[in-house]
Design a protein around this ligand. Structure first.
Ligand code: HBI
Ligand code: FE
Length: 285
């Protein structure tokens, strides 16, 4: 992993660091502005209404890298969440503990110019533009806290890989059905101009109706566009589906084979592009 300039910053036991907002250079602020302006344009008509509304509410803009403390003061008034600066990926148990306490760990660094279009690690643009707006939605805010608590339990049960898939196919790469058609809520898509278009408009990926066990069995790739996207009907539906003890869900998936990222199953409710936008189609047997 490339070391960003925060890599050696002094950190607390919970891996949080000082964002040192005054240390950002004019070039770094300008890079945020260019990333923001480009993605804001692409997100119009493609990001879910919740994300677009929250960006206004939180006053996210192309006016330089946000100060996480000031942004947190706005977010906390809405759902009690705060955004806390970290240097890079933190250990799973630390990550889950933050989420369980309504703290979202956001990378303090901004991607180098050479990685303007794509980077592996979550930088401040991915975390704040991609993840933070959804935390202003009360239902999704509850889901993320529940995910943090679920993560702590999954680690005890040795089922973390199943739960990480749930995070991946919802929080990072989830699609949601709106009256006007499919829209994006996953941060990994929302922070990528190329995948924002691909996820909704390309014919190649599968778009499958949300199914908790199906997701927990489905592998994913981390260095390319997704081959399968899962679609929820609403954030309420997502929370309802997940707001239960996963203990027996893990039991049910434990003995079933993993599903490859590109595979579809006969029982999948496939949503494919049709003349009227997207509609449920019986799986092609
Ligand atoms: N740490 N800072 C940070 N951001 C993440 O998104 C993150 C992490 N640690 C672990 C992690 N995500 C995933 O492995 C979770 O599914 C646990
Ligand atoms: Fe992320």
């Amino acid at each position: 992993m490339l070391k960003n300039r925060y890599h050696d910053a002094p950190r607390a036991a919970d891996f949080t660091i000082d964002q040192a907002w005054e240390s950002y250079s004019p070039e770094e602020h300008d890079r945020w502005d260019r990333l923001f302006r480009r993605q804001r344009e692409v997100a119009k008509g493609r990001a879910c209404a919740t994300a677009l509304k929250a960006m206004e509410e939180l006053e996210l803009s192309a006016s330089g890298i946000p100060h996480m403390g000031e942004l947190s003061d706005k977010l906390e008034k809405i759902t009690g969440w705060r955004v806390v600066p970290v240097a890079e990926l933190v250990p799973d148990e630390i990550f889950f503990d933050h989420l369980a306490n309504r703290r979202f760990p956001a990378g303090a660094f901004i991607r180098p110019e050479a990685e303007f279009d794509y980077l592996q690690e979550p930088d401040i643009f991915h975390d704040i533009f991609g993840h933070v707006p959804l935390l202003a939605n009360p239902v999704f805010a509850d889901f993320m806290e529940a995910y943090g608590k679920g993560g702590q339990r999954a680690m005890q049960l040795g089922q973390l890989h199943n739960l990480a898939r749930l995070y991946w196919y919802t929080v990072e790469f989830g699609l949601i059905r709106e009256a006007g058609g499919l829209r994006i809520y996953g941060a990994g898509i929302l922070s990528s101009p190329q995948e924002t278009v691909f996820a909704l408009e390309d014919d190649s990926p599968n778009r499958v109706a949300f199914d908790l066990q199906r997701i927990m069995r489905t592998k994913y790739v981390i260095d390319d566009f997704q081959q399968t996207y899962f679609v929820i009907d609403s954030f309420d539906a997502l929370l309802d589906a997940c707001y239960k003890d996963f203990g027996n869900v893990y039991q049910q998936v434990k003995d079933q084979p993993d599903i490859e990222a590109h595979e579809t199953l006969a029982e999948d409710a496939l949503l494919n592009k049709g003349t009227l936008g997207y509609f449920r189609k019986k799986a092609s047997v």
